[in-house]
Design a protein around this ligand. Structure first.
Ligand SMILES: [Zn+2]
Length: 72
C-alpha cells in the first residue's frame, strides 16, 4: 500500500541518488536508508553519507535544507 511505483528491473545505479546537504557528497538513498541515514524534512528526503552529517542536519535543518547554499 505504501508503494507508488514498482520497478521489476534491476536497480539502476542512478535510480535514487541524493546529495548530502551537509557535505555535498553524492549519496545512494537506498544504502543510506539501510544505514538509517535518511530523513525527511519539509516534504523532501535527505540522505547522508554518515551519522555525523545526519546529526548535524537534524541539529540545524533550516541551515542545510533551504537551498544548499550557505550564508557567507
Ligand atoms: Zn556527508
Amino acid at each position: 500500500m505504501t508503494r507508488d511505483i514498482v520497478t521489476t528491473a534491476d536497480i539502476e545505479p542512478t535510480a535514487d541518488i541524493e546529495t548530502d546537504p551537509v557535505c555535498g557528497a553524492v549519496t545512494d538513498v537506498e544504502l543510506a536508508r539501510g544505514a538509517d541515514l535518511v530523513t525527511t524534512y519539509a516534504e523532501r528526503t535527505y540522505a547522508f553519507c554518515g551519522a555525523a552529517c545526519r546529526d548535524r542536519f537534524l541539529a540545524q535543518p533550516t541551515r542545510y535544507a533551504a537551498s544548499g547554499r550557505s550564508e557567507p
